[in-house]
Design a protein around this ligand. Structure first.
Ligand code: ADP
Ligand code: MG
Length: 317
């Protein structure tokens, strides 16, 4: 079994994961990492902890655990419009299981390579399986997609489809051969969320100023955006984009997953209608984007008939 430092060298300070990067002055191996953000940019940070059997089943495929952990952190950078730079990983492991670590390391490296981010440091301890990733990104000075950036009259849009991640929660542990094609699709949406980085960056470049990623469910997360902006919204529940897998469920069940289910990591953003009309073709070339409502002066969330929409999104406490 490798010791702590051999383990770090073999599985973390390795090619494809901790390669030299133009913005990293000093990576893994010292007391701190040093980074030089691109000129005229600001640093943007986010940290997330994933605990086994709270955020993912401890028995899940380690490649998928790693990919998902990094993807959901990258989703926070996407929601600000940031470009990924580097990340740190604090990992607590019950044992140094080399085949688990090998698969975890490969999953992390492939997700990192795909999104152009590198590992620059971390911490490795023994304990119940848990992962804390901190991602750093760059934003053009003074620009960001913020929760307090919505304006009266803005359209509210979402990327991709809603409710898929939550639709998979009942069979996260099920063997693939016992699942139908819709269930396999939902499972893939849960384990392999796609951080909408290019969408976030493009929204920022065209003058978008408001956005959030949907981790706790549309109503909960749009609610956070409205609260920070001091505004309300009307949402047309019939316009919510649903995958074929969700459309195959009972309509009330599909709608409830799309409104309140978490784990989608799609972006919810607002734009003046003129900007949307001008840019919708280029945005939708990246990922489908669907208008689902608009921002209003009176606070609270309502449907098209004026009925209040109440979230039952997940909360830890
Ligand atoms: P320190 O005692 O100064 O905190 P450590 O002995 O914990 O340093 O770690 C040695 C080096 O390995 C540091 O540069 C640290 O950032 C890096 N490191 C430790 N664990 C990880 C990890 N899981 N992923 C990436 N780098 C790590
Ligand atoms: Mg340490």
């Amino acid at each position: 079994m490798p010791g702590e430092f051999e383990l770090i060298r073999r599985y973390f300070d390795r090619a494809g994961l901790a390669d030299p990067h133009p913005d990293v002055v000093l990576g893994i191996g010292d007391d701190c990492a040093i980074i030089e953000p691109p000129s005229q940019h600001q640093l943007c940070f986010s940290v997330d902890t994933l605990v086994a059997d709270v955020h993912f089943p401890a028995s899940a495929d380690p490649t998928l655990i790693a990919r998902r952990a990094l993807a959901i952190n990258l989703s926070d950078l996407a929601a600000m419009g940031a470009t990924p730079l580097c990340f740190t990983l604090a990992i607590s492991l019950p044992e140094a299981d080399t085949s688990w670590l090998q698969a975890f390391s490969e999953g992390l490296a492939s997700e990192a390579t795909q999104h152009g981010i590198c590992l620059v440091g971390g911490d490795t301890t023994r304990g119940p399986l848990s992962l804390t990733l901190q991602v750093q990104g760059a934003l053009p000075r003074g620009q960001s997609l913020r929760r307090d950036g919505a304006r009266i009259g803005d359209l509210i849009l979402v990327s991709g489809t809603l409710g898929d991640g939550a639709g998979a929660l009942d069979y996260l542990d099920a063997p693939a051969n016992e699942l139908d094609c819709h269930q396999r699709f939902l499972l893939q949406r849960y384990y392999q969320p796609q951080p909408r980085l290019q969408l976030g960056q493009q929204l920022l470049a065209m003058g978008g100023r408001s956005g959030i990623d949907i981790s706790d469910g549309l109503l909960a997360d749009l609610g956070h955006l409205l609260e920070r902006s001091g505004l309300g919204a009307e949402v047309n529940v019939d316009a919510l984009p649903l995958s074929s897998a969700l459309q195959a469920l009972r309509p009330d069940q599909a709608q409830s997953l799309a409104l309140s289910g978490g784990d989608d990591y799609e972006l919810c953003f607002t734009l003046p209608e003129t900007l949307w009309n001008q840019h919708k073709a280029s945005l939708c070339a990246l990922v489908s984007c669907t208008p689902i409502g608009h921002i209003r002066t009176d606070t609270g969330l309502r449907d098209a008939n004026g009925k209040p929409l109440v979230s039952n999104g997940y909360q830890h406490f």
